[in-house]
Design a protein around this ligand. Structure first.
Ligand code: PRP
Length: 187
């Protein structure tokens, strides 16, 4: 699974290639289908920008009726670690009261972003509120927050690609890779 990437000078190695991501995300779509099989009011909330490739792949195999909505929040603010202060740049377009809401996130690290978003959305009285994240960095947790479902647990590594950025770049890579240490150390 961890092969050298010859095409991108920023990548130390590929952590999850395209095929691995597709197959894991299919499993997660099946989880959504099972979890919401009796729901008629599912709203999937993608947290931008990181979650958009994950959400786009996820919905290919979701077969329950749903609405998509988005929020733009920022916690890293162009830095390498979470700043802890979560800024809401774009709020939801939909009223979520009495709706089944599934937050779709790319990664939970310290848990600070999700703790704040969860509390905010909870205060709007949804019928249910759950969290699905593609990556979970359990070792990074600084607050007590647990998602309902995740794809992969990762070590303390700086990942890019498939939505994950380094200074807003590299989100377009079709795989998730670990960035070369010297790139980060240069700064
Ligand atoms: C990243 C990521 C999560 C959050 C996780 O967002 O997408 O939302 O940080 O970190 P935490 O658990 O330590 O709070 P970022 O602010 O980089 O925005 P982005 O999605 O636009 O990349």
């Amino acid at each position: 699974m961890q092969s050298k990437d010859k095409q991108n000078k920023y990548i130390e190695y590929i952590l999850f290639d395209q095929k691995t991501l597709e197959s894991k995300i299919k499993e997660l779509s099946e989880w959504v289908n099972e979890e919401y099989k009796n729901s008629s009011s599912l709203i999937m909330v993608g947290l931008l920008k990181g979650s958009f490739p994950f959400l786009a792949q996820l919905i290919k195999n979701v077969n329950v009726e749903c609405i998509l909505d988005f929020m733009t929040v920022s916690s890293y603010a162009g830095t390498l670690a979470s700043t802890g202060s979560v800024k809401i740049i774009l709020d939801l377009a939909n009223d979520i009261q009495n709706k089944d809401v599934l937050i779709v996130e790319d990664i939970i690290d310290t848990g600070k972003t999700m703790q704040k978003i969860y509390a905010l959305l909870k205060s709007r009285n949804p019928k249910s509120l759950k969290v699905l994240t593609l990556l979970n960095k359990q070792s990074g947790r600084k607050v007590d927050f647990n998602q309902d479902k995740y794809g992969f647990d990762i070590k303390d590594e700086f990942v890019v690609g498939f939505g994950f950025d380094y200074q807003e770049k590299l989100r377009e890579l079709p795989y998730i890779g670990v960035i070369k240490k010297e790139i980060i150390n240069k700064k």
